[in-house]
Design a protein around this ligand. Structure first.
Ligand SMILES: [Zn+2]
Length: 147
């Protein structure tokens, strides 16, 4: 907290202290992307439990990106951010490869999709989503965090 020789009244001192504590909290929050991903998944609007605590950070980030529809795993996203020539799905060449296409529609992944989510059992369980991504070969099994 910046020291000041100018006397403060009680309310401006309280306000300054509050700002200081807030900036510490924000620093801590921003410097830990893992915590940010956890917040995404543990927010009250999600039914996710604390499944992701056993997961390495890269795995959490990858699944979070897929769930939010902004994943570097798909061509449409890469195309949009100009790192890729084409948004067309490299697996089936029949549509833009969005997250939705990759997970729900791509005919090239029908088999893996059926294995992962047998008929009428689609769930948003991130573990299933991850195993699907592994089956179709867009991710590799994670290495444990070395922290
Ligand atoms: Zn496709």
């Amino acid at each position: 907290m910046p020291q000041s020789t100018v006397p403060m009244d009680f309310s401006s001192a309280t306000a300054a202290l509050k700002r200081h504590q807030q900036s510490i909290a924000e620093d801590r929050y921003l410097s830990n992307p893992h915590a940010r991903v956890h917040r995404v998944f543990t927010g009250s609007e999600h039914s996710y439990q604390h499944w992701q605590r056993d997961w390495p950070r890269d795995q959490c980030v990858t699944v979070a990106q897929v769930c939010m529809g902004h994943s570097p795993l798909v061509a449409a996203y890469l195309h949009r951010i100009a790192h890729w020539d084409s948004a067309i799905c490299p697996h089936c060449h029949s549509a833009d490869e969005t997250v939705e296409h990759l997970v729900f529609q791509c005919p090239a992944h029908d088999h893996a999709r059926r294995d992962t989510w047998p008929v009428d059992t689609f769930t948003t369980d991130p573990r299933r989503l991850w195993s699907y991504l592994e089956r179709i070969g867009v991710v590799t099994p994670p290495l444990p965090d070395r922290e």
